[in-house]
Design a protein around this ligand. Structure first.
Ligand code: ADP
Length: 464
């Protein structure tokens, strides 16, 4: 984003809208004003005609204006006598004409046989401006028809319109200038916080992910933007922190078995031992290599799950068959540790989801139960349908989990101190992965445990 560009665009848009509004308003006002003046001019000319008609007399069948007594002071009448004429529409003869008409050189006569004259208005343009005339038929007592023509100058109307036009001409640019500068000012004010956010965001990098964008507290859209960015940075910081932790733990977890492998190989090379001795070293190395393979497998699964690219299948999963498989896989392990492992599940137990991932989740929990149960203990796995869910219950008589550790055991790389102290192999990824899998199936995982007595893990998956 380029703030200056945006500011210009907002200003231009604001000015254009303002100009359109101003032009629309001005032209409507101009139009209305002109319409009003026009109708005033029509009224004026008809009023004048009316005023004049009162003094119209016929002498020997000829129309003349007669004022008995003084010249009327009536304004309409005075104006009416400026531009008028009476003519015979048949012969075209002008019977009488005002001085104003004479000096204008106007003799507008329309003979009936040429163009039948209508009562009404018409405009005539002269060197002295435009005039509006009104024609009216008047009848003599003997029934002869004449045309009474009264006019008025439209100059005052034209002058008023010209004044309004020139007012618009200098007011328009002035208003536009004002609109542009206020638009620029408002856009700058509105965009200043954006510029601050940009500057703050530019300073952010991996080394200072704790830095946050300023929030003004106005609770407006810009605050929302800053808060959204801050939340995104917090998530980013969290992910980066987890990645750092993952890398550090990976290095740590890989270093120990690798060092052991190297040490054993060195000793075997230094002391030329018997074939049996070498076999013992190799089989111990195989164990270490298995642990490494398992660890790398878990890490790969976690990274795959976290990548966001993974798509879990949504198919019916035969949980009874899945538990049967696990029974076969883990029986040897449990037997080797002297632990009684029992499986008990309903025949028709079908869940909805991804069989591979669900198997990982259950395997991790049962594997933990065996891992954290001392010799002579027992692990009981039970599968049943409860409501719309398939519930797998894994109960052991192992070391249990301290109350303060329970909220953390599903966190990545979390290992209760006991597990570390007792040197039980593990990295703290198993339950985290199991939780991720169940969450992404619309299910959940929960635990109750008592130190020294054992733990009870429950896994719930939506049933098919
Ligand atoms: P780990 O690789 O350490 O087993 P997990 O994520 O599977 O990692 O488990 C996290 C921690 O939860 C373990 O380190 C252990 O302290 C505790 N835990 C998990 N399952 C049990 C269990 N059945 N009994 C006792 N503690 C358990």
């Amino acid at each position: 984003m380029k703030p200056a560009g945006l500011r210009t665009r907002i200003t231009v848009l604001y000015t254009v809208i303002f100009a359109a509004l101003f032009a629309g308003f001005f032209f409507s006002a101009y139009h209305l004003f002109r319409g009003q003046l026009d109708s005033d001019a029509r009224n004026e000319v008809t009023d004048r005609a009316e005023a004049l008609r009162g003094y119209l007399k016929f002498e020997d069948e000829s129309p003349v204006l007669r004022f008995d007594g003084d010249f009327p002071e009536n304004g309409d009448f005075r104006d009416a006598t400026r531009f008028y004429q009476i003519y015979d529409p048949v012969t075209g003869e002008i019977m009488t004409q005002s001085q104003g008409m004479l000096s204008l050189g106007l003799s507008i006569v329309s003979r009936e046989q040429e163009s039948p004259l209508q009562n009404g208005f018409f405009d005539v343009t002269t060197d002295d401006g435009t005039f509006r005339f009104h024609n009216e038929r008047v009848r003599s007592p003997a029934g002869h028809e004449y045309v009474l023509q009264v006019g008025t100058s439209l100059k005052p109307m034209q002058d008023a319109l010209d004044r309004l036009g020139s007012l618009g001409l200098w007011l328009g640019p002035l208003a536009l200038l004002l609109a542009a500068s206020s638009g620029w000012f408002m856009a700058s004010r509105a965009l200043n916080p954006v510029r601050d956010i940009v500057h703050a965001a530019q300073k952010l990098d991996l080394s200072n992910l704790d830095h946050r964008l300023p929030v003004s507290g106005a609770n407006d859209e810009l605050d929302e933007l800053a808060v959204t960015f801050n939340e995104a940075f917090a998530r980013l910081a969290g992910s980066v922190g987890e990645m750092k932790q993952l890398t550090a733990s990976m290095a740590h977890e890989l270093r120990t078995p690798l060092a052991a492998l190297r040490g054993e190989a060195e000793i075997a090379l230094l002391h030329e031992g018997s074939v049996d001795e070498l076999k013992r070293v190799l089989s111990s190395q195989l164990e270490e290599i298995d642990k490494l393979t398992k660890l790398i497998g878990q890490l790969l699964m976690v990274t795959k799950a976290e990548s966001g690219l993974l798509r879990l299948e949504r198919k019916p999963v035969d949980i009874a068959a899945l538990l049967c498989d696990l029974d076969e896989t883990l029986a040897v392990l449990a037997a080797a540790k002297g632990i009684s492992l029992t499986f008990d599940y309903d025949e028709h137990l079908v869940a909805m989801g991804d069989s591979q991932w669900l198997k990982h989740a259950v395997l991790n929990v049962v594997d933990n139960a065996i891992k954290y149960t001392p010799e002579g203990g027992s692990v009981a796995v039970r599968g049943r349908k409860v409501g719309g869910y398939v519930v797998i219950d894994v109960r052991d008589t192992g070391i249990g989990i301290p109350v303060n550790a329970i909220p953390h055991i599903f966190e990545r790389f979390y290992r209760a101190d006991w597990s570390r102290a007792k040197d039980i192999e593990g990295v703290g990824l198993g339950l985290n992965l199991a939780k991720w899998i169940l969450d992404h199936h619309g299910g959940d995982i929960y635990v109750t445990s008592e130190v020294g007595k054992g733990s009870d893990f429950g896994l719930r998956v939506p049933a098919f």
